[in-house]
Design a protein around this ligand. Sequence first.
Ligand SMILES: Cc1cc2nc3c(=O)[nH]c(=O)nc-3n(C[C@H](O)[C@H](O)[C@H](O)COP(=O)(O)O)c2cc1C
Length: 349
Amino acid sequence: MSNRLLSLLNIEVPIIQSPMVGVSTPKLAAAVSNAGGLGSIGIGASNVEQARAMLLETAALTDKPFNVNVFSHQPAVQDSVRESQWLNFLAPFFAEFNAAAPTSLREIYTSFVEDADMLQMLLEEKPAVVSFHFGLPAQSAIDALKDAGVVLLCSVTSLAEAKMAEHAGVHALVAQGYEAGGHRGVFDPSQDSEMGTFALVRVLADACRLPVIAAGGIMDGAGIKAVMQLGASAAQLGTAFILCPESSASAAYREALKGPRAHQTKVTSAISGRPARGMVNRNFTSLAANAPALPDYPIAYDANKALNMAAGAKANTDFAVQWAGQGAPLARELPAAALVNVLALEMKS
Ligand SMILES: Cc1cc2nc3c(=O)[nH]c(=O)nc-3n(C[C@H](O)[C@H](O)[C@H](O)COP(=O)(O)O)c2cc1C
């Protein structure tokens, strides 16, 4: 197996483990990289110290390249009217668990687009690969990372976003289809094309110069082979790695993924303020129904985390965040290295 992207990333098999904040860990990323794929850690919700620690922990577990993923969303704008309407809407759900809704909400993490300290940390640590989700940072940040020798990837959900990423000078495009688990990388959610992986990969392979990495609903060697047939140079898999013992998914999340709930995933913005796909629970029914205008991402997420905490205190997981893609029923419970090996074998059959 060889192509331009594999040489660029310096990996042996065309398999990238998705960065997954809350699920991926340094152990998971290192196991995937050691097995010849590209492991990823997600630092989008971390502060600089936590991010550096995660990066160093991964580097201590592998000599191979790995990917560090940041969130480059439009910074949130506080809106006290929308925020208090959202909290009023949520109050009855908190009351179900004998809890009061918070009285205010915070922007729980900083966008990479305005986090000069995070950029500085990345320039100091120089991971082999950095990927952007939710948009592109300033051109100066892209140029500085490239000058430091870092390979840059960007999630894109449409041809328009792909052209912006190409113009900004990233090295490869992660074509994220609507099937994908977790947050959609769409730059502006009001302009979401909701394209599926099949069509998106084909459109980008036809119209872009850069290598395309397919993401969304790919769970096995047959899926990887299929997207490569469509013109992708590699596949990025997230949901397929959730059941690995190296992930930090909770026991309830794992059980849900192994059971009937894996068969119904949906996209909602009502959890965090941005569209994301997960296994249906009351986050997708009670919250999404009749919701007023949402606070900006990630301010809305602050409320959801508080609600899940209140529910959790009563041993209830109705509001737990359990992201998963449409391929969820195909998830396998294997150590990460074994999964990479099985995927590579399946690709050859
Ligand atoms: C649990 C979970 C968390 C995710 N978190 C991130 C993240 O932090 N950064 C990111 O770029 N993508 C994230 N994604 C999206 C992935 O990059 C990728 O698009 C997706 O996993 C592909 O679809 P699949 O899950 O069907 O394989 C996440 C996906 C999942 C399932």
